[in-house]
Design a protein. Sequence first.
Length: 501
Amino acid sequence: MNKNEKRYFKVTTSFSEDADDKKVLLLFDEINKQDDFDEDKILKKNPSLKVSQLSNLKAYLQDRILQSLRQFHLPKIMDIQIREQIDYAQLLFERRLYDQGKACLKKAKKMAKLYNNLELQLEIIKLEKGVLTQTTEDGLSRVDDIITEVRNINSQINNLNEFSNLFIKLNSFYTRIGYIRDEADYIKAKDFFYSSLPDFEEEKLSLIEKIYLYRLYVGYYFFVQDFENGYQYSKKLEALFETSASLIETNTEDYIKALNNLLISQYKLFRYYEFEETNVKLQNVSSLEYLQMNESMRIRLLKYYYTNKINHYFMTGDFDKGIEFIMHNKGEEINQLMSKLDRHSSMVVNYKVACLYFGAGNFNQSIRWLNKIINAPSIDFREDLHCFARILNLVCHYELGNFDVIKYYIISTYRFLWKKDDLHFFQKYILGFLKTLNTNLNTKDLIDRFQKLKTQLVPLVNSAFEKRAFIYFDIISWLESKIEKRSVQEIIQDKFREKIK
């Protein structure tokens, strides 16, 4: 609970004359003073609280806190407001006050339609049906209208369920393996996707159905590395939201995700100026006066702020500035963010920061961040990041001259990639290259080997499936830096200036 929520709870509870409420308030104050919950200290300090009562008091405290939070956030959460009107209608109908109850339902339905809450619309219609059996003034026409409404809403709900079920299934594939690895993955994903899509006519879909559909297509195209089509659907999704401020207001979290997906596609396709414009738009979301921001949205915006800021530095090659940004923000805000991120997001941030340090030439720090991934307890999650973290870790050890550990890491990396069925040409070429390196090579031989590896890898950049490797690590720029005896940062900055001409 934040300070305002705690204050509201204490004020509303302190008015009660109930003895249990007074004990609950005492328990709340004692728990609030503790960093870690300690029952014994509370009982010792407050003899009026008995051991036999504590279990029930904690349960009652939880109920009272939830009731307080519900009331505190009532003006901000539309679903609660709609349900409140439905509850009022039910109470009025039980007293046979049908006109007053129908007025509450009318208000609830208006809000439910505005916020595209189809499930609550069905709940409202269920109550309307019950009223129709008790009154006669509405007539047959209203019965026909209700039947038509139910059919339309059920059709929309079915589509939304089909779209969202397919979306979360694809997302589960992605969070396990990352981007597709080979042709077999692509055929499997494509067949599953198109065989699972329901029949629909896009022009007849409602706005909320289109949001779900476009989001689904974006997820699919990203998964199969078709970023051009992913970009097109991201643009369609953004345009759909921006047809109306009320759509953004009622689906704020989906709008935030849509802007971030557009940023991902613009980053992958190096649409730099568009990326910068969209990034500003995303950062301005929190300042939109008509939006009610909750904790989930704030954390999501903060996560997207950091990841897209890092992507900006990847595009420009300003790795030193990127490190300054991370160091400057490594205080309370970023620590708070990392503690609230899910495993997937945390792993992505760790890898991106590792790559920032690598680009800046700080290989020890890069290894430290890579180890957060390599040493994670579960490796059956974003297997691609586990694989490429190990590859980048090897390159870091090469840069540090740790040839004694490279041979060991090569064997363990081979083993890991083989187990995960991710030993493709990119990985084989790099591991083979690192395996033959030693401190006895003269400069000419070393540069010749770097050039040979570059010659092997360049054709893979445009390979349908091998190209995914370059999403994770710009090894071509690293090889060019070794061949030209310049920093990776300088190489990428030159490429950036050339690309934006």
